[in-house]
Design a protein around this ligand. Sequence first.
Ligand code: GRF
Length: 213
Amino acid sequence: MKKIVILISGRGSNMEAIVRAQIPGAEVSAVIANRPDAAGLAFAVDHGIVTQVVDHKAYPSREAFDAALADAIDAYRPDLVVLAGFMRVLTDAFVARYAGRLLNIHPSLLPSFPGLHTHRKAIEAGVRVHGATVHFVTPTLDCGPVVIQAAVPVLPGDDEAALARRVLEQEHRIYPQAVRWFVDGRLTLTDGRVLVQGEGALPGGWTVPPVEA
Ligand code: GRF
């Protein structure tokens, strides 16, 4: 059984999608939030998952917070740590500690639009295709080897909320998929590139959902 610890900061809908996927061979050992008011904690409690809060405001520095967070995570001895809307920049030491077993989801087709407000940036840039990316975490923010991406169209008349909804639907599809591949031992990381075994050795799973009318 592969143990997973999921880190959240807010709503936690990606955490929910991963829990609901009931991935064979995987168990969510704990959901950890950096904010006591993270809405997603309630879902985890309702589903009998251990929850814990490591409040970043209680620590004098990023290093001190990351050290406390790592201690909390390591108590569950996870095989995989999943960042699911975890809104903290992590120190290099933290990232190095979980190298090769730390995944993140970002709501854009990286390397386009790292950082915040990705949907607004996509609309402002006038791109026709937007999406989401699951990647292994490396020290550079919203960077790192891509595991899977999903693309959605940017439709005329889209505002930030409409585009966010369309992307989020795909996030909920690709994040459980990426975790499943990891749990099945199908992800290999070679020279900074991800190969998904059994996918014809394609560099990651690239999927385009049907365009809705
Ligand atoms: C998602 O769009 C995720 O890609 C981004 O923050 C949002 C978190 O949503 N990093 P949720 O907390 O998973 O509902």
